[in-house]
Design a protein around this ligand. Structure first.
Ligand code: SF4
Ligand code: SF4
Length: 299
């Protein structure tokens, strides 16, 4: 049983070779991320811009930020070397939709030049309503939205500010706008036949008791999968509320929360919190084999 048996044929086709959307597929298919999106339009307390976006990725060495043209060359080089590579994602190092020209130029060219590769994007969701049609236009069938809460009071403890309509907005007011756009964006994508995965970062003492409710709410709106990821609280990843000492959840706490959410929602349990420039099967990172100088020497 691949866990997909109850799904309509069109959805099965959409997920069966995506390593993140299907637990089974991750043993057979590989994904790559290209880091074409340096800017971000919100601030998460857990993010230190020296590292990749925690929407999708864990702290590591700073990604090499690529131009769309460099990204296309890298995708082609990887596709030639790794035949199991079925999915190309844009996940950072900032927010892909805060860099719409770079992101959509990359997707547009890939949809023309490598039409067999499935496209996927992950975002904080702030500008999702604005870009839902464009996402559908390039046949991007998989989107991940990071939704950490539905309650703006909790949101104000996670996001110090957002940048919206040319202004910096803070506190509860900012969180309200972000949450509204995330949920609206989710609904718009579902209406357009896009499969949506919701990522949530579990932050003990801040949103841990609230995430089961997030799971129910996103399921109601048609999300396909919920992925609760642990906060990575390492000293070099910056501070939380400007205070060091915000702890990460233990494995037992994470698993207990995933268990409680699974009553209402399909949970992803095989996420590896990949870097924004990860290449290969989940759990392996072959990015170093495909740096720009190595690609240039092969061309
Ligand atoms: Fe950092 Fe991503 Fe949050 Fe932007 S959305 S602040 S890049 S974690
Ligand atoms: Fe898939 Fe998780 Fe890696 Fe994203 S971070 S590519 S969801 S395994």
């Amino acid at each position: 049983d691949d866990g997909l048996a109850g799904l309509p044929a069109s959805v099965r086709e959409q997920v069966q070779n995506h390593p993140c959307f299907s637990e089974k597929a991750h043993h057979h298919f590989a994904r790559m991320h290209v880091a074409v999106a340096p800017a971000c339009n919100i601030q998460c307390h857990y993010c230190n811009r020296k590292y990749d976006c925690s929407n999708e990725s864990r702290p590591g060495v700073v990604s090499e930020v690529l131009t769309p043209d460099q990204a296309i060359r890298k995708v082609k080089a990887v596709a030639a070397a790794i035949p199991q590579m079925t999915v190309l994602g844009i996940a950072g190092p900032g927010d892909p939709l805060a860099n719409p020209e770079r992101t959509f130029e990359t997707f547009r060219r890939l949809s023309e030049e490598t039409p067999d590769i499935k496209l996927c994007v992950s975002t904080n969701g702030l500008r999702l309503p604005e870009f839902a049609d464009e996402i559908a236009r390039y046949n991007i069938q998989h989107v991940t939205i990071t939704i950490n809460c539905l309650d703006p009071e909790i949101g104000a403890r996670i996001y110090p500010w957002i940048f919206w309509n040319h202004r910096r907005i803070r506190g509860v007011k900012a969180a309200k706008i972000l949450i509204r756009n995330q949920l609206k964006g989710l609904e718009m994508l579902v209406e357009r036949g896009v499969l949506v995965k919701v990522n949530s970062v579990m932050i003990p003492g801040v949103n841990d008791h609230h995430l089961a409710e997030v799971s129910r709410a996103v399921k109601e709106r048609g999300a396909f999968l919920h992925n609760v990821m642990p906060l990575i609280a390492e000293a070099e990843h910056g501070t939380f509320y400007g205070v060091t000492g915000q702890r990460a959840p233990s494995n037992a706490e994470l698993h207990a929360l995933q268990e409680s959410c699974s009553d209402s929602m399909s949970m992803m349990r095989h996420c590896r919190q990949c870097r924004a420039d990860a290449v290969g099967m989940l759990g392996e990172d072959r990015g170093q084999e495909f740096t720009l100088d190595k690609i240039a020497s092969q061309e």
